[in-house]
Design a protein around this ligand. Structure first.
Ligand code: NAD
Length: 339
């Protein structure tokens, strides 16, 4: 019997509909049953249903444990931020690697897993003016999410035989980054077989450009992870092709729920024209399959998609001539042939 899984699918705006169709078409080619449970997070539906649509999304994700999210318009609120808060998604895992067929200005190959604490840092407090002569905001670092992120990073490194670099400015931000660094060091001591070193974040940025091969898993606080992910994507040639896992943990630091999404937005300029590149959502689906324990299927989806790009089968944004549908059909055939 084919294994069967329920997956919450968060529908979005713009090219979201075409990406959803592409995901369903690819899923048909897999030797497992993915039963998608849709929740409509389009702006129109969010406005109509107000907070109730988030209650529905949260209940569905809590029940299914895994979700695939399509891009949504950020208007009154950011659905990603609402879901991160409501589901306590405290860690973001963003693999960034050179993709064959994606032109880049950066010659060395890059292959890093960025593990970012998704809460706190400078991002949870918009700050306030002090008269008109200055402004202040709080920078928050909490032990628990750092612990969860560190354990996730070291587990990933142990499983894959990689090293971990924890990066911060602990010499200057002694309390906040000092706390981060001491938690990272104490978790590192629990994994003596995983090579670990601490870097100052500014030095890391220089070294990753000069010697990217030194870095495999990188553990960072929220804003550093934000800057680093975009820089790494720039080095790999595209901001648009990445995918992420947003993770929440139980008391024993095991992943409790996981939400996977593409890094790009709703691409309103090409929506409905059959031009959307589904690579990122396929890579997000591949990560979801790994989370379900379907490693062979997840690997086939990732390798099949990347191999087609390498062979020149690409959508227009990457200089090719495939439409969303023809690229998807090619990926589905390639993946089926690998399984
Ligand atoms: P965008 O990523 O939507 O588009 C930037 C450029 O990249 C556009 O030219 C677009 O056509 C192209 N592009 C993006 N994804 C593509 C794909 N899959 N295939 C081919 N081309 C693609 O960024 P934007 O224009 O700044 O944002 C548009 C909307 O998306 C905004 O409302 C923003 O809030 C939202 N957004 C949502 C998310 C999310 O839900 N995760 C992320 C980023 C932006």
């Amino acid at each position: 019997m084919r294994p069967s899984y329920k997956v919450t699918e968060l529908l979005g705006d713009g090219i979201g509909a075409e990406l959803s169709e592409a995901v369903h078409a690819l899923s048909e080619a897999l030797p497992i049953d993915l039963r998608f449970e849709p929740v409509d997070l389009s702006l129109e539906n969010r406005r109509a249903r107000k907070g109730a649509i988030y209650d529905e999304a949260v209940a569905s994700i809590e029940a299914n444990k895994v979700a695939l999210k399509h891009p949504t318009i950020t208007a009154e609120e950011s659905p990603n931020q609402v879901l991160r808060r409501r589901l306590n998604l405290s860690v973001i895992h963003r693999p960034v690697y050179t993709i064959p067929g994606v032109p880049t200005n950066f010659r060395p190959e890059l292959d890093v897993d960025i593990i970012r604490i998704a809460t706190g840092g400078t991002y949870d407090d918009p700050g306030r003016m002090i008269g008109d002569s200055g402004a202040v905001s709080l920078r928050i670092v909490e032990r628990q999410p750092v612990l969860e992120a560190a354990r996730y990073a070291f587990n990933l490194a142990r499983k894959t035989g990689k090293n971990v670099t924890s990066a911060s400015k602990y010499t200057i931000q002694k309390a906040t980054d000092g706390l981060f660094q001491s938690v990272a060091d104490s978790v590192a001591a629990e994994y003596p077989e995983v090579p670990h070193h601490a870097e100052l974040f500014d030095a890391l940025l220089a070294k990753i450009i000069m010697k990217p091969e030194l870095f495999q898993v990188i553990l960072v606080l929220n804003e550093y992870g934000d800057f680093l992910s975009d820089m790494a994507c720039g080095l790999a040639g595209s901001l648009g092709i990445g995918a992420s896992a947003n993770l929440a943990f139980d008391a024993s630091a095991v992943v409790r729920v996981a939400l996977f999404d593409a890094a790009h937005g709703t691409a309103p300029d090409i929506a409905g024209k059959g031009l959307a590149n589904p690579t990122a959502i396929f890579l997000a689906l591949s990560m979801l399959l790994y989370q379900l324990g379907e490693i062979r299927v997840g690997k086939a989806v990732k390798d099949g998609t990347l191999d087609l790009l390498r062979r020149g089968v690409r959508t227009k944004d990457l200089g090719g001539s495939e439409s969303t549908k023809t690229f998807t059909a090619a990926v589905a055939a390639e993946v089926a042939a690998r399984l």
